[in-house]
Design a protein around this ligand. Structure first.
Ligand code: MSP
Length: 477
C-alpha cells in the first residue's frame, strides 16, 4: 500500500474561515478521499498557524488572554472542518510542544550546516503579511496586498543564508518540473529566484508572543519559518517513523504564499538535509462578485452559512466545479444557485429519483443482476492526478446527462407495458451506472456519493429517503 501525504496551509487564527480557506481545504480532502478509495494509506493534515503577532493583536482586541484566545480559535477552525466533512488525520497547532521540538531539531541542522549568522536587519516589515518586504515589493509605499504602509525595522536578527541556495533551487526546479504547479506559478518562482536571493531573517527580536529561538532566548523565531516546518512536525520528525510520510506528496497552497513554499521552504529543507516535498500546487483566489474578499468591503462569504442553506455536499461540489483549480474564480450567489439547480437538483437529483421510482414501481424494488458500468473513467482519473477537479466533475456530470438521455430514448415506461425482461436489463443498467457515479462522486460529495452507491449496488434497491437536492429559488440565496 502506498503512503500519500497531503497538507493544506495552516490558517491564521485572528479571524474565522471564509470560502477561500474552505476551497483549498475541500480540494485537499477530495484528494485524500480519492487516494484512500484507490487503496493508498493517506495522511491529510490541516491546522492553525498560531504564533503570529496577529494572534496577539486579535486577543488583545477581544480583551482575552492570548493562550485562551488561541485555544478557542483553534477549536472554532476545527469545527468548521468537521462541519465541511474534511477527513483530516491530523490537526496541527503550532503552539504544540511537538512542533517546538521539531523546529528546534531542524534549526540545529541548519545551524550545523553553517547557514545561520547574526546581523542587523534594516528594512520594512508588513505585519499583515508577517513578511519582511523590500522597497521593490511596495506600491506607492504601501503593501500591495494590504494597502498599508509597512513598519520600518532595525533589529538584531539571525539570518539564514538563503543566497547560497539560488543555484541549487533553480537546478532542482529545472529537474523536477512537477515541484511547482501550475506552470504559470513555476515561471513566477523561477523569475523570482533568478532575480537573486537575499539572505532571510529567521528571528525577530524579543517579541511577546511566538516560539523562542532555541539558541538565543532573547529572540523569537520568525513565524513563517516555523510555520512551514509544521509539515514535518506532522510526520513525527525527528522520530524514527517520519520517513513513512516525509517527503509530503503535495502541499496545497494559495497563490499568494508560493514564495514561502517554493523558495524559502525548499532552501531550508536542503540546508537541513531533508528531502523536498514532491509537489506544491497553488490555487488561485476566489473573489466575490469580482472583488477581493475583505472585511472592509463586507463581502466575506461564510462557508458554514452556505452549507447550512444548501447542504455541505452542494458547497463542496460547486466550489470545485465552477473554477479550474489554479486559476482565480469568482463567487456569486446567483451562479452558485444556478449550478446547484442545474447539475445537482435537475440532473443528478432527478436521475436518482427517476431510476429508483421506476425500480420500485415496475419491479417492486428489485434491481436484478448488476451489469458492467459502461463509462470510460480514464479522463476522470487523469484529471484528479493533475488537480483538475472541475474536469473530473465534468466527466461525472456528462455521465449523468448521458443516463438521463438514455432514459428519454429508451422510455422504460413504454417497455414496462410489453417486455419485463428487457425492462429489467434497462433498469439494472441504469442502477449499475448510478452506483458507479456514486463511487466517482464520493471523494467530492461523500455523504451523497455513498448514499447513491449504496442505493444502487445490490440486487435490491436501498431507497434514499427525502430529496437529495431540493430546488432552490434564486431569490432565496
Ligand atoms: N498562515 C499562513 C499559511 C502558513 S502555511 C505554512 C497564511 N494563512 S492565511 O490564513 O492568511 O491564508 C491561508 C491560505 O488561504 C493561503 O493559502 C491563501 O492563499 C488562502 N486564501 C486566502 N484568501 C483566499 C481566497 N479569497 N481564495 C482562495 N484562497 C485564499 O497565509
Amino acid at each position: 500500500m502506498a503512503s500519500f501525504y497531503i497538507t493544506t496551509p495552516i490558517y491564521y487564527i485572528n479571524d474565522k474561515a471564509h470560502i477561500g480557506h474552505a476551497y483549498t481545504t475541500i480540494a485537499a480532502d477530495i484528494l485524500a478521499r480519492y487516494r484512500r478509495q484507490q487503496g493508498d494509506e493517506v495522511l491529510l493534515s490541516v491546522g492553525t498557524d498560531e504564533n503570529s503577532q496577529k494572534t496577539l493583536k486579535a486577543a488583545r482586541e477581544a480583551g482575552e488572554d492570548v493562550g485562551n484566545y488561541a485555544d478557542d480559535m483553534a477549536w472554532a477552525w476545527k469545527q468548521v472542518w468537521d462541519q465541511l466533512h474534511i477527513s483530516y488525520d491530523r490537526f496541527i497547532r503550532t503552539t504544540e510542544t511537538a512542533h517546538e521540538q521539531t523546529v528546534s531539531t531542524i534549526l540545529e541542522h541548519i545551524r550545523d550546516n553553517g547557514d545561520i549568522y547574526r546581523d542587523t536587519y534594516e528594512g520594512f516589515y508588513c505585519s499583515d503579511c508577517e513578511a519582511f518586504v523590500s522597497e521593490s515589493d511596495l506600491q506607492e509605499g504601501l503593501c500591495p496586498d494590504h494597502k498599508k504602509p509597512p513598519e520600518t525595522l532595525q533589529e538584531d536578527n539571525y539570518f539564514f543564508r538563503l543566497s547560497r541556495y539560488q543555484e541549487p533551487l533553480l537546478e532542482y526546479i529545472r529537474e523536477h518540473p512537477e515541484f511547482v504547479q501550475p506552470e504559470s506559478r513555476r515561471n513566477e518562482v523561477v523569475a523570482f529566484v533568478e532575480r537573486g536571493l537575499d539572505d532571510l531573517s529567521i528571528s525577530r527580536e524579543n517579541l511577546e508572543w511566538g516560539l523562542s529561538y532555541p539558541f538565543d532566548p532573547e529572540h523569537t523565531i520568525y513565524v513563517w519559518v516555523e510555520a512551514l516546518m509544521n509539515y514535518v512536525t506532522v510526520t513525527g520528525y525527528p522520530g524514527s517513523n517520519y520517513e513513512q510520510w516525509w517527503p509530503a506528496d503535495v502541499h496545497l497552497v494559495g497563490k499568494d504564499i508560493i514564495k514561502f513554499h517554493c523558495v524559502y521552504w525548499p532552501a531550508l529543507l536542503m540546508s537541513a538535509g531533508l528531502e523536498l516535498p514532491k509537489t506544491v500546487m497553488a490555487n488561485g483566489f476566489l473573489n466575490v462578485e469580482g472583488s477581493k474578499m475583505s472585511k472592509s468591503l463586507g463581502n466575506v462569504v461564510d462557508p458554514i452559512e452556505l452549507a447550512n442553506t444548501y447542504g455541505v455536499d452542494a458547497l463542496r461540489y460547486i466550489l470545485l466545479r465552477d473554477t479550474p483549480y489554479g486559476q482565480d474564480g469568482d463567487f456569486t450567489i446567483e451562479r452558485f444557485v444556478a449550478v446547484y439547480n442545474s447539475e445537482l437538483a435537475d440532473d443528478l437529483g432527478n436521475l436518482v429519483n427517476r431510476v429508483s421510482s421506476m425500480i420500485q414501481k415496475y419491479q417492486d424494488g428489485r434491481i436484478g443482476q448488476p451489469g458492467d458500468a459502461a463509462h470510460d473513467t480514464s479522463d476522470y482519473h487523469r484529471a484528479l492526478k493533475e488537480f483538475r477537479f472541475d474536469a473530473a466533475l465534468e466527466v461525472v456530470s456528462k455521465f449523468v446527462k448521458d443516463l438521463n438521455l438514455y432514459i428519454e430514448e429508451e422510455k422504460p415506461w413504454e417497455i414496462a407495458k410489453t417486455d419485463a425482461e428487457h425492462l429489467e436489463e434497462v433498469l439494472s443498467y441504469l442502477a449499475t451506472n448510478l452506483a458507479h457515479i456514486g463511487e466517482l462522486l464520493t471523494p467530492f460529495i461523500p455523504g451523497t456519493g455513498e448514499k447513491i452507491q449504496t442505493a444502487f449496488s445490490g440486487e435490491i434497491l436501498q431507497p434514499i429517503e427525502g430529496t437529495l437536492f431540493p430546488k432552490h429559488d434564486h431569490a432565496a440565496g
